[in-house]
Ligand binder design. Structure first.
Ligand SMILES: C[S@@+](CC[C@H](N)C(=O)[O-])C[C@H]1O[C@@H](n2cnc3c(N)ncnc32)[C@H](O)[C@@H]1O
Length: 286
């Protein structure tokens, strides 16, 4: 579905996920899925989808979790993958057709304004797809209305970037060599917006959820089989690619060389594995 009305305040994120980020996630879909494989298992375990249930997969991206959820709910169940990124949804739709899962559909819409039938879903699930809302309470209220009174949610999001080795190591290496960035306020929409547990709880409670649980989920992910692969991969993504954006050619060369040196000890162990520090969140409709 296209032509959806998006909330104005999410426009920056919508442009970002339809531009460079969307293209990158499409290109790296298999690698990202491998990196998040253990996270996906933990999420599905917490979400506990049952045969015949109706599930809303928010920020479903290229559709990996939507397909896994559809396989769990079986032929009598339904899964709707919701996302703002047209290129990622194109991949999701293709993969859905290839998997021949008739109850699986996708909708291009902003979670804050998506028109969803009230009281429809048993479960709201998300793998790293709910931290990008300019006004999280507006978005979660809209999503909560689509849940049945007995509905529940389960999602994973990132803890603070300093606790995430995959961000901390490259950021510390690159930072001294690139122009200073306007600081990203910790609560701005973005991957680390829900790092602070008290804020996360307040947002969910204000959106009409209770029985909120927030558990640390620690893991590790593969960021490259070789040093060069790790350098290319990490420099092309989120925080590092944003830091490199305004850099001159010389600054970029220095930053890349510092990144290479920082990754070298990790690559020396065989492949580049970094720690992932996540929150696993569950809640029920209040
Ligand atoms: C970090 S990616 C995760 C994608 C996917 N869940 C995965 O794990 O592969 C975040 C996703 O959230 C989507 N997103 C961002 N803002 C959104 C919004 N307001 N409504 C719906 N989806 C949104 C992005 O387009 C992107 O696909």
């Amino acid at each position: 579905m296209t032509g959806t009305i998006h909330s104005l305040s999410n426009q920056d994120q919508i442009a970002y996920w339809n531009g460079e980020a969307g293209a990158r996630w499409v290109a790296e879909q298999e690698r990202l899925d491998a990196m998040m494989a253990a996270t996906t298992i933990a999420l599905l375990d917490a979400a506990d989808p049952q045969a015949g249930e109706h599930v809303l997969d928010v920020g479903c991206g290229c559709g990996t979790t939507s397909i896994a959820l559809m396989e769990s709910v079986g032929p009598n169940g339904k899964v709707l993958g919701l996302d703002v990124s047209a290129p990622m949804l194109e991949v999701a739709r293709r993969r859905g057709r290839e998997a021949d899962l008739s109850g699986l559909t996708f909708q291009e819409a902003d979670a804050a304004t998506a028109s969803l039938s009230p009281g429809t879903f048993d479960l709201l699930s998300s793998r790293f797809g709910v931290m990008f809302f300019a006004d999280p309470v507006v978005a979660f209220r809209n999503l909560r209305r689509a849940l049945k009174p007995s509905g529940r949610l389960a999602f994973v999001c990132w803890r603070d970037w300093r606790q995430n080795e995959w961000v901390r190591v490259p950021v510390m290496a690159v930072q001294p060599h690139v122009p200073p960035q306007p600081p990203l306020a910790p609560e701005d929409p973005g991957p680390f917006a829900f790092a602070r547990i008290a804020r996360l709880r307040t947002i969910l409670a204000a959106s009409g959820f209770d029985a909120i649980t927030v558990r640390p989920l620690n893991g590790s992910g593969l960021f490259g089989e070789t040093l060069e692969e790790g350098v290319q991969y990490l420099s092309g993504f989120g925080p590092i690619s944003r830091m490199l954006g305004p850099a001159s050619e010389l600054e970029r060369a220095r930053a890349m060389s510092a990144l290479r040196e920082a990754l070298r000890p990790f690559a020396a162990q065989g492949s580049i594995m970094f720690g992932l520090a996540q929150w696993l969140v569950t809640a029920r409709v209040a």
